[in-house]
Design a protein around this ligand. Structure first.
Ligand SMILES: *[C@@H]1O[C@H](CO)[C@@H](O)[C@H](O)[C@H]1NC(C)=O
Ligand SMILES: *[C@@H]1O[C@H](CO)[C@@H](O)[C@H](O)[C@H]1NC(C)=O
Ligand SMILES: *[C@@H]1O[C@H](CO)[C@@H](O)[C@H](O)[C@H]1NC(C)=O
Ligand SMILES: *[C@@H]1O[C@H](CO)[C@@H](O)[C@H](O)[C@H]1NC(C)=O
Length: 324
């Protein structure tokens, strides 16, 4: 139920071209090697890391019908198809993601994907999965390994040329909204600052390890997701004000924080993908983007199919491509 993102995942396959631009510049500067891509985030980016942690079925997507459209088996992605992080890898001429936690030997020269469905920026919010902080620890392991394998200079070059992509915060706001349905404006503002503060700390640590190029996906219109509508008994066209307002505040604060980092940290570069506006446009004009239904998830239980995709008596739409 906390994975609001889960229910929207069938309509994500749009407007990913936005990110191609980051790599266009990166690759043209580097004639011989790709820039590496390191990915941090929640279910929007998780290629199956949660398959390899001890957590409940709620936080896993390694069973049907997940994966049916593209990979043809349930990889652990919270989608029938590819994730935004996969399309970005594709446009960057990198392979589709293997989970960082998948057993076996990995080459980290092209980067790694640490994302974990249900992940929070505030570690204590969801101890069942890999918080942003835990993902940072895994990144530090990769840094050590690269230094061992390639030496400090070459590893440093890779880390500096790399792009650091993140999508985090949505789950923090769903949890807050569940716990404090009657929070005041100032309590909401404080909470947003704590979430942003924790994200900023992680970004500063990555910068200290050599990271210079950051790509942030902001949070979506959380209050308009099928899960928000279902939990709060809303009509199809209504949105839940609390989480919608938190999302807007977060996205404003993210821009401010990134601009401050740009001032504080030499050579810090960033780009923000406005996922909020992209998804809002899709939600308001589904037909324009080839969808027949944007308010009801393709897979799940409840009137908006907002929970338990693949579990018990769930419903599945006939055509995931337009969610009808
Ligand atoms: C997995 O988590 C459950 C519940 O927290 C615990 O009882 C169990 O011992 C854990 N299993 C392993 C292998 O760590
Ligand atoms: C929030 O406010 C509503 C309406 O005033 C009230 O019914 C509800 O019990 C409150 N919830 C909590 C958790 O305080
Ligand atoms: C990060 O989150 C913790 C837990 O809520 C909070 O105590 C701390 O102040 C936050 N850090 C920053 C820099 O805001
Ligand atoms: C939504 O409706 C259900 C069934 O009528 C009820 O049990 C539940 O308390 C309602 N939830 C809210 C948030 O109003």
């Amino acid at each position: 139920m906390l994975l609001a993102t889960k229910s929207l995942s069938f309509i994500y396959g749009v407007s990913l071209v936005v990110f191609a631009a980051i790599f266009a510049t990166t690759t043209s500067l580097q004639s011989r090697r790709h820039a590496a891509l390191f990915v941090f985030g929640d279910s929007l980016y998780d290629p199956g890391n949660n398959n390899f942690i001890n957590t409940s079925i709620t936080y896993k997507a390694n069973y049907p019908p997940y994966g049916e459209t593209f990979f043809r088996f349930p990889t652990g992605r919270f989608s029938d198809g590819r994730l935004i992080s996969d399309f970005i890898a594709k446009y960057a001429h990198l392979p589709y993601w293997e989970p960082y936690l998948a057993p076996g030997q990995h080459e980290f020269i092209n980067g790694a994907n640490f994302a974990s469905g249900g992940a929070c920026a505030i570690a204590d919010n969801n101890p069942n999965v890999l918080s942003l902080e835990a993902q940072l620890s895994n990144f530090k392991e990769v840094v050590s390994l690269l230094k061992q394998q390639l030496g400090d200079a070459e590893a440093g070059q890779i880390l500096t040329n790399a792009v650091y992509l993140s999508s985090i915060g949505g789950v923090d706001y769903h949890i807050f909204s569940d716990q404090y349905p009657n929070a005041t404006e100032s309590e909401m503002e404080n909470y947003v600052q704590v979430v942003i503060g924790n994200i900023t700390n992680v970004i500063k640590e990555i910068y200290a390890l050599g990271g210079r190029k950051f790509a942030f996906q902001n949070v979506g219109p959380l209050g308009c997701s099928p899960v928000a509508k279902q939990l709060n008994n809303l009509t199809k066209t209504e949105c839940w004000k609390g989480t919608l307002s938190l999302a807007r505040q977060h996205n404003r604060a993210l821009v401010t924080a990134a601009k401050e980092l740009e001032i504080q940290l030499p050579a810090f570069n960033f780009i923000i993908f406005d996922y909020f506006t992209t998804l809002m446009n899709l939600d308001c004009n589904p037909f324009k983007y080839g969808f027949k239904e944007a308010d009801i998830a393709c897979c799940g239980s409840g009137i908006y199919h907002a929970s338990d995709c693949g579990i018990g008596d769930y419903e599945l739409c006939k055509n995931p491509n337009d969610t009808s």
